[in-house]
Design a protein. Structure first.
Length: 248
């Protein structure tokens, strides 16, 4: 029986590349996705015996509960949960409505909580892993990012809380990506590969802007059984840019 991993927001960007990477590494994968266009584009690329995609709104508990149960039944286990689904709505503070705030928090933070809640019983059986997608925005900000930044800061705190509550059986960690280029791996109607200038790359101590594969690699690392002494941690994957002092 293959180890089965759920990836939310699994049909675009980091989620899509993670799904494809984990399939290459021999996992069975369930992709949870809300966008119908993205679902239709990804479905033909998935091997039927090892992958399935469900339309899921992670802010809706009944939607999550049903999909978790179906995916567990389909593959006989849940070994990993990658909470990647997220939205943003960057507006000036005085223009951001409460409904807009709640939708971002509901998808990014509450969705992470709900997926963990419903997957936890299965993960305990497999001594599995939860990997939550936070962001460097949890620690530094640009203007007009209050909802997104708050949701990602909450995910970092939720991660160590879950690690404490679900340990020692389930290991829980988060990843905080920096500038990760996903411009070319979105659904076709919005995909538009960004053309980088030398300065884009040069501002990173690693020498380049990140890509979705960088994050998929870290997810795979945290899923490996041998890395079972790592829990409650947040991993910043940003090419070193947040450690770089900038003087004007």
């Amino acid at each position: 029986m293959k180890k089965h991993v759920i990836v939310t927001g699994g049909a675009q960007g980091i989620g899509k590349i993670t799904v494809l990477h984990l399939l290459e590494k021999g996992f069975a994968v369930s992709a949870f996705e809300l966008d119908e266009e993205a679902i239709a584009e990804l479905r033909p690329k998935l091997p039927e015996q090892a992958a399935v995609i469900y339309k899921v709104d992670v802010a809706d508990e009944s939607s999550i509960a049903d999909a978790v149960q179906q995916s567990a039944k389909r593959f006989g286990n849940i070994y990993g949960l990658v909470n990647n689904a997220a939205i943003l709505n960057n507006k000036p503070l005085t223009e951001l409505s409460l409904d807009e705030w709640n939708r971002v928090i509901g998808t990014n933070l509450t969705g992470t909580f709900l997926c963990a809640k419903h997957a936890a019983p299965y993960l305990k059986q497999t001594k599995g892993r939860i990997i939550n997608m936070a962001s460097t925005r949890a620690f530094q900000s640009e203007p007009n990012t209050e909802a997104y930044s708050a949701s990602k800061g909450g995910i970092v705190a939720l991660t160590h809380a879950l690690a404490t509550s679900l340990g020692p059986k389930v290991k829980v960690n988060s990843i905080s990506p920096g500038w990760i280029d996903v411009s070319g791996v979105k659904k076709k109607s919005v995909a538009n590969q960004y053309q980088f200038c030398p300065e884009d790359h040069a501002q990173h101590p690693a020498g380049r802007v990140g890509n979705a594969q960088d994050i998929a690699n870290m997810i795979h690392f945290l899923l490996e059984e041998k890395n079972d002494f790592i829990t409650g941690q947040n991993f910043v994957i940003d090419g070193g840019i947040t450690k770089k002092m900038i003087y004007v």
